[in-house]
Design a protein around this ligand. Structure first.
Ligand SMILES: [Zn+2]
Ligand SMILES: [Zn+2]
Length: 353
Protein backbone atom coordinates (compact mmCIF):
# COMPACT_ATOMS: atom_id res chain seq x y z
CA UNK A 1 0.00 0.00 0.00
CA UNK A 2 1.46 3.38 -0.97
CA UNK A 3 1.57 6.03 1.78
CA UNK A 4 -0.81 8.37 -0.01
CA UNK A 5 -3.41 5.64 0.08
CA UNK A 6 -2.91 4.94 3.74
CA UNK A 7 -5.74 6.19 5.92
CA UNK A 8 -5.54 6.42 9.72
CA UNK A 9 -8.21 3.70 9.92
CA UNK A 10 -5.80 1.35 8.12
CA UNK A 11 -3.57 1.63 11.18
CA UNK A 12 -6.02 1.95 14.08
CA UNK A 13 -9.73 1.22 13.97
CA UNK A 14 -11.94 2.58 16.73
CA UNK A 15 -14.23 -0.09 18.17
CA UNK A 16 -16.57 0.09 21.16
CA UNK A 17 -14.00 -2.00 23.11
CA UNK A 18 -11.03 0.26 22.42
CA UNK A 19 -8.94 1.10 19.35
CA UNK A 20 -7.64 -1.88 17.41
CA UNK A 21 -4.54 -2.24 15.20
CA UNK A 22 -5.30 -4.81 12.52
CA UNK A 23 -1.72 -4.94 11.20
CA UNK A 24 -0.33 -5.74 14.63
CA UNK A 25 -3.35 -7.70 15.83
CA UNK A 26 -3.61 -5.75 19.10
CA UNK A 27 -6.02 -3.49 20.96
CA UNK A 28 -5.03 -0.48 23.05
CA UNK A 29 -6.56 -0.47 26.57
CA UNK A 30 -9.33 -2.89 25.57
CA UNK A 31 -12.35 -2.99 27.84
CA UNK A 32 -12.95 -6.71 27.19
CA UNK A 33 -10.47 -9.63 27.14
CA UNK A 34 -8.51 -9.84 23.84
CA UNK A 35 -5.58 -11.88 22.47
CA UNK A 36 -3.07 -9.02 22.44
CA UNK A 37 -3.34 -5.79 24.39
CA UNK A 38 -1.11 -2.74 24.64
CA UNK A 39 -1.83 -1.05 27.99
CA UNK A 40 -1.17 2.65 28.56
CA UNK A 41 -1.22 2.67 32.40
CA UNK A 42 -2.26 0.82 35.52
CA UNK A 43 -5.65 2.41 36.32
CA UNK A 44 -8.30 -0.26 36.36
CA UNK A 45 -10.48 1.09 33.54
CA UNK A 46 -7.50 0.93 31.16
CA UNK A 47 -5.59 -2.06 32.58
CA UNK A 48 -7.87 -5.06 32.91
CA UNK A 49 -7.08 -8.66 33.73
CA UNK A 50 -7.75 -11.58 31.39
CA UNK A 51 -5.95 -10.69 28.15
CA UNK A 52 -3.80 -13.20 26.27
CA UNK A 53 -0.61 -11.15 25.86
CA UNK A 54 0.02 -7.74 27.40
CA UNK A 55 2.60 -5.25 26.20
CA UNK A 56 3.29 -2.31 28.52
CA UNK A 57 6.03 -0.48 30.42
CA UNK A 58 7.74 -2.51 33.19
CA UNK A 59 6.02 -0.32 35.81
CA UNK A 60 2.55 -0.81 34.35
CA UNK A 61 3.10 -4.59 34.24
CA UNK A 62 4.26 -4.51 37.89
CA UNK A 63 1.23 -2.47 38.93
CA UNK A 64 -1.07 -4.92 37.14
CA UNK A 65 0.65 -7.77 39.02
CA UNK A 66 0.12 -5.96 42.32
CA UNK A 67 -3.52 -5.40 41.53
CA UNK A 68 -4.53 -8.68 39.86
CA UNK A 69 -1.87 -11.22 40.84
CA UNK A 70 0.83 -12.92 38.76
CA UNK A 71 -1.57 -14.62 36.34
CA UNK A 72 -3.37 -11.47 35.14
CA UNK A 73 -2.44 -12.36 31.53
CA UNK A 74 -1.12 -15.46 29.74
CA UNK A 75 2.03 -13.65 28.62
CA UNK A 76 3.60 -10.24 29.21
CA UNK A 77 6.22 -8.20 27.43
CA UNK A 78 7.83 -5.11 28.91
CA UNK A 79 8.83 -2.26 26.61
CA UNK A 80 10.67 0.82 27.83
CA UNK A 81 9.98 4.40 26.84
CA UNK A 82 11.51 5.11 23.43
CA UNK A 83 11.94 1.44 22.47
CA UNK A 84 10.26 0.42 19.19
CA UNK A 85 8.71 -2.95 18.33
CA UNK A 86 7.56 -4.03 14.89
CA UNK A 87 4.21 -5.79 15.17
CA UNK A 88 3.08 -7.02 11.76
CA UNK A 89 4.46 -3.93 10.03
CA UNK A 90 3.13 -1.50 12.61
CA UNK A 91 5.92 0.17 14.58
CA UNK A 92 4.92 0.61 18.20
CA UNK A 93 6.76 2.99 20.55
CA UNK A 94 5.82 4.03 24.08
CA UNK A 95 6.41 7.59 25.31
CA UNK A 96 5.85 9.07 28.79
CA UNK A 97 2.31 10.37 29.40
CA UNK A 98 3.03 12.14 32.71
CA UNK A 99 -0.16 10.69 34.25
CA UNK A 100 1.09 8.14 36.84
CA UNK A 101 4.21 5.99 37.31
CA UNK A 102 4.78 3.98 34.12
CA UNK A 103 2.04 5.69 32.13
CA UNK A 104 2.63 5.76 28.39
CA UNK A 105 1.35 7.19 25.16
CA UNK A 106 1.31 4.59 22.39
CA UNK A 107 2.69 5.76 19.04
CA UNK A 108 1.74 3.47 16.14
CA UNK A 109 3.40 4.12 12.81
CA UNK A 110 3.01 2.51 9.39
CA UNK A 111 3.86 3.73 5.90
CA UNK A 112 4.91 7.13 7.18
CA UNK A 113 1.65 7.81 9.04
CA UNK A 114 1.83 8.17 12.83
CA UNK A 115 -1.05 7.92 15.29
CA UNK A 116 -0.50 8.62 18.97
CA UNK A 117 -2.95 7.19 21.52
CA UNK A 118 -2.23 9.22 24.64
CA UNK A 119 -4.21 7.25 27.20
CA UNK A 120 -4.69 9.54 30.21
CA UNK A 121 -2.11 12.32 30.40
CA UNK A 122 -1.08 15.61 31.94
CA UNK A 123 1.45 18.14 30.73
CA UNK A 124 2.29 19.30 34.26
CA UNK A 125 5.35 18.41 36.37
CA UNK A 126 4.86 15.48 38.74
CA UNK A 127 7.72 14.35 41.02
CA UNK A 128 6.46 10.74 40.90
CA UNK A 129 6.59 10.04 37.16
CA UNK A 130 8.40 10.84 33.93
CA UNK A 131 7.20 14.09 32.30
CA UNK A 132 4.79 14.06 29.36
CA UNK A 133 6.66 13.79 26.05
CA UNK A 134 5.28 15.66 23.07
CA UNK A 135 5.19 13.33 20.05
CA UNK A 136 4.46 14.96 16.69
CA UNK A 137 1.84 12.93 14.84
CA UNK A 138 -0.79 12.88 12.10
CA UNK A 139 -3.63 11.73 14.32
CA UNK A 140 -3.76 12.39 18.08
CA UNK A 141 -6.08 10.32 20.26
CA UNK A 142 -6.83 12.32 23.38
CA UNK A 143 -8.81 11.84 26.56
CA UNK A 144 -11.22 14.59 27.63
CA UNK A 145 -11.83 14.02 31.35
CA UNK A 146 -11.60 17.76 32.00
CA UNK A 147 -12.47 18.84 28.45
CA UNK A 148 -14.47 21.95 29.32
CA UNK A 149 -13.13 25.52 29.54
CA UNK A 150 -14.32 25.72 33.17
CA UNK A 151 -11.60 23.25 34.16
CA UNK A 152 -8.37 25.05 34.92
CA UNK A 153 -6.48 23.19 37.60
CA UNK A 154 -4.09 25.95 38.69
CA UNK A 155 -0.90 25.37 40.66
CA UNK A 156 -0.79 22.14 42.71
CA UNK A 157 1.89 23.66 45.00
CA UNK A 158 -0.60 26.39 45.98
CA UNK A 159 -3.13 23.67 46.95
CA UNK A 160 -0.48 21.90 49.03
CA UNK A 161 0.32 25.23 50.74
CA UNK A 162 -3.40 25.54 51.58
CA UNK A 163 -3.30 22.09 53.20
CA UNK A 164 -0.17 22.93 55.22
CA UNK A 165 -1.70 26.22 56.40
CA UNK A 166 -4.69 24.29 57.68
CA UNK A 167 -2.42 21.80 59.49
CA UNK A 168 -0.59 24.71 61.14
CA UNK A 169 -3.87 26.38 62.08
CA UNK A 170 -5.38 23.24 63.68
CA UNK A 171 -2.48 21.42 65.38
CA UNK A 172 -4.87 19.39 67.55
CA UNK A 173 -6.82 18.00 64.58
CA UNK A 174 -5.95 15.24 62.09
CA UNK A 175 -6.07 15.98 58.34
CA UNK A 176 -7.52 13.23 56.18
CA UNK A 177 -6.81 13.63 52.46
CA UNK A 178 -8.97 11.54 50.14
CA UNK A 179 -6.90 10.61 47.09
CA UNK A 180 -6.96 7.92 44.46
CA UNK A 181 -4.73 5.01 45.50
CA UNK A 182 -2.60 4.76 42.36
CA UNK A 183 -0.76 7.94 41.50
CA UNK A 184 -2.62 10.70 43.29
CA UNK A 185 -1.80 9.57 46.83
CA UNK A 186 1.92 9.26 46.08
CA UNK A 187 1.97 12.57 44.22
CA UNK A 188 0.35 14.39 47.15
CA UNK A 189 2.96 12.91 49.51
CA UNK A 190 5.80 13.92 47.17
CA UNK A 191 4.37 17.46 46.84
CA UNK A 192 4.15 17.74 50.64
CA UNK A 193 7.83 16.72 50.92
CA UNK A 194 8.77 19.22 48.22
CA UNK A 195 7.00 21.91 50.29
CA UNK A 196 9.21 21.00 53.26
CA UNK A 197 6.72 18.98 55.33
CA UNK A 198 8.92 16.39 57.07
CA UNK A 199 6.63 14.78 59.66
CA UNK A 200 5.55 11.15 59.20
CA UNK A 201 2.64 10.86 56.75
CA UNK A 202 0.08 8.13 57.39
CA UNK A 203 -1.62 5.83 54.92
CA UNK A 204 -4.84 3.84 54.75
CA UNK A 205 -3.89 0.14 54.45
CA UNK A 206 -5.30 -0.20 50.93
CA UNK A 207 -2.63 2.20 49.64
CA UNK A 208 0.31 0.38 51.15
CA UNK A 209 1.33 -1.97 48.34
CA UNK A 210 1.26 0.66 45.62
CA UNK A 211 3.04 3.26 47.75
CA UNK A 212 5.79 0.79 48.70
CA UNK A 213 6.11 -0.04 45.02
CA UNK A 214 6.64 3.65 44.18
CA UNK A 215 9.35 3.77 46.85
CA UNK A 216 10.98 0.66 45.40
CA UNK A 217 11.22 2.53 42.08
CA UNK A 218 13.34 5.22 43.74
CA UNK A 219 10.62 7.77 44.51
CA UNK A 220 11.48 9.34 47.85
CA UNK A 221 8.35 9.83 49.96
CA UNK A 222 10.01 10.38 53.34
CA UNK A 223 8.62 8.57 56.40
CA UNK A 224 5.33 6.91 55.44
CA UNK A 225 3.60 4.86 58.15
CA UNK A 226 0.37 2.89 58.33
CA UNK A 227 -2.51 4.60 60.10
CA UNK A 228 -3.58 1.35 61.74
CA UNK A 229 -0.26 1.18 63.60
CA UNK A 230 -0.62 4.59 65.28
CA UNK A 231 -2.68 5.70 68.29
CA UNK A 232 -5.40 8.36 68.07
CA UNK A 233 -3.38 11.04 69.88
CA UNK A 234 -0.45 10.62 67.49
CA UNK A 235 -2.55 11.90 64.58
CA UNK A 236 -2.88 15.43 65.94
CA UNK A 237 -1.21 17.81 63.49
CA UNK A 238 -0.52 15.04 60.95
CA UNK A 239 -1.71 14.18 57.44
CA UNK A 240 -3.21 10.82 56.44
CA UNK A 241 -3.92 9.74 52.85
CA UNK A 242 -6.96 7.53 52.30
CA UNK A 243 -9.37 6.50 49.54
CA UNK A 244 -12.12 9.16 49.25
CA UNK A 245 -14.83 6.64 50.16
CA UNK A 246 -13.29 6.12 53.61
CA UNK A 247 -13.45 9.82 54.57
CA UNK A 248 -16.88 9.42 56.09
CA UNK A 249 -16.96 5.79 57.18
CA UNK A 250 -16.21 4.32 60.62
CA UNK A 251 -12.54 4.14 59.74
CA UNK A 252 -12.26 7.93 60.11
CA UNK A 253 -13.34 7.74 63.79
CA UNK A 254 -9.86 6.73 64.84
CA UNK A 255 -8.70 10.29 64.08
CA UNK A 256 -9.07 13.29 66.40
CA UNK A 257 -11.64 15.76 64.98
CA UNK A 258 -10.49 15.17 61.37
CA UNK A 259 -10.44 17.89 58.69
CA UNK A 260 -11.64 16.13 55.54
CA UNK A 261 -9.81 17.04 52.34
CA UNK A 262 -10.09 15.62 48.82
CA UNK A 263 -7.39 15.95 46.13
CA UNK A 264 -9.06 15.89 42.71
CA UNK A 265 -9.54 17.96 39.58
CA UNK A 266 -13.27 17.77 40.35
CA UNK A 267 -12.76 19.92 43.43
CA UNK A 268 -12.92 22.91 41.06
CA UNK A 269 -16.68 22.26 41.15
CA UNK A 270 -18.01 23.40 44.53
CA UNK A 271 -21.07 21.19 44.31
CA UNK A 272 -18.83 18.13 44.07
CA UNK A 273 -16.89 19.13 47.15
CA UNK A 274 -20.16 19.63 49.05
CA UNK A 275 -21.51 16.31 47.79
CA UNK A 276 -18.45 14.54 49.23
CA UNK A 277 -18.77 16.58 52.48
CA UNK A 278 -15.26 17.89 51.93
CA UNK A 279 -14.12 20.70 54.21
CA UNK A 280 -10.93 21.46 52.35
CA UNK A 281 -11.09 20.79 48.59
CA UNK A 282 -7.68 20.50 46.90
CA UNK A 283 -7.64 20.98 43.13
CA UNK A 284 -4.90 18.53 42.18
CA UNK A 285 -5.42 16.46 39.05
CA UNK A 286 -3.46 13.84 37.14
CA UNK A 287 -5.33 14.78 33.95
CA UNK A 288 -4.66 17.71 31.65
CA UNK A 289 -7.05 20.62 32.14
CA UNK A 290 -8.74 22.49 29.28
CA UNK A 291 -5.64 24.57 28.55
CA UNK A 292 -3.45 21.47 28.76
CA UNK A 293 -5.64 19.47 26.38
CA UNK A 294 -5.95 22.21 23.77
CA UNK A 295 -2.26 23.23 23.97
CA UNK A 296 -1.21 19.60 23.58
CA UNK A 297 -3.48 18.95 20.62
CA UNK A 298 -2.08 22.04 18.86
CA UNK A 299 1.52 21.16 19.69
CA UNK A 300 1.32 17.63 18.24
CA UNK A 301 0.65 19.17 14.82
CA UNK A 302 -2.01 16.52 14.24
CA UNK A 303 -4.54 17.35 11.51
CA UNK A 304 -6.99 14.87 13.00
CA UNK A 305 -8.11 14.35 16.61
CA UNK A 306 -9.98 11.40 18.08
CA UNK A 307 -11.47 11.92 21.54
CA UNK A 308 -11.88 8.92 23.83
CA UNK A 309 -13.57 9.70 27.13
CA UNK A 310 -14.86 12.46 29.35
CA UNK A 311 -16.30 15.68 27.94
CA UNK A 312 -15.83 14.79 24.27
CA UNK A 313 -18.18 17.33 22.69
CA UNK A 314 -16.45 20.56 23.69
CA UNK A 315 -13.07 19.27 22.62
CA UNK A 316 -14.38 17.99 19.29
CA UNK A 317 -16.01 21.37 18.72
CA UNK A 318 -12.84 23.26 19.68
CA UNK A 319 -10.81 21.10 17.28
CA UNK A 320 -13.25 21.73 14.43
CA UNK A 321 -13.04 25.50 14.94
CA UNK A 322 -9.26 25.17 14.56
CA UNK A 323 -9.74 23.44 11.20
CA UNK A 324 -8.90 19.99 12.54
CA UNK A 325 -10.83 16.88 11.66
CA UNK A 326 -12.26 15.61 14.96
CA UNK A 327 -14.50 12.82 16.19
CA UNK A 328 -15.58 11.27 19.48
CA UNK A 329 -14.80 7.54 19.76
CA UNK A 330 -17.70 6.44 21.99
CA UNK A 331 -15.70 3.76 23.78
CA UNK A 332 -17.73 2.34 26.65
CA UNK A 333 -15.95 1.48 29.88
CA UNK A 334 -13.35 4.16 30.51
CA UNK A 335 -14.07 6.05 33.69
CA UNK A 336 -12.40 8.52 35.89
CA UNK A 337 -10.31 7.25 38.75
CA UNK A 338 -11.35 10.07 41.07
CA UNK A 339 -14.97 9.06 40.70
CA UNK A 340 -14.47 5.36 41.36
CA UNK A 341 -11.93 5.59 44.12
CA UNK A 342 -10.34 2.19 43.89
CA UNK A 343 -10.55 1.49 47.64
CA UNK A 344 -11.85 -2.04 47.32
CA UNK A 345 -9.90 -3.29 44.33
CA UNK A 346 -6.47 -2.63 45.83
CA UNK A 347 -7.23 -3.61 49.42
CA UNK A 348 -5.19 -6.52 50.67
CA UNK A 349 -7.69 -9.35 50.99
CA UNK A 350 -8.26 -10.54 54.51
CA UNK A 351 -6.49 -7.60 56.05
CA UNK A 352 -8.18 -4.84 58.00
CA UNK A 353 -7.48 -1.40 56.57
ZN1 LIG B 1 -5.85 7.02 34.44
ZN1 LIG C 1 -8.93 7.11 32.06
Amino acid sequence: MRPEHMRPEDILVPTPDGVCCKLGGFHIDPTRPVDKAVITHGHSDHARAGHGAVLATPETLDLMRLRYGESFARATQAIRYGETLDLGGAKVTLHPAGHVLGSAQVAVEANGLRIVASGDYKNVADPTCAPFALVPCDVFITEATFGLPVFRHGDPDAEIAKLLRSVALFPERAHLVGAYSLGKAQRVIALLRKAGHDKPIYLHGSMEKITRYYESRGIDLGTVALAREAKKAEFAGTITLCPPSTLKDVWSRRFPDPVTCFASGWMRVRARARQHLVELPLVISDHADWDGLTATISATGAAEVWVTHGQEDALVHWSATRGLKARPLDIVGYGDEDESDGATEVANPGEAP
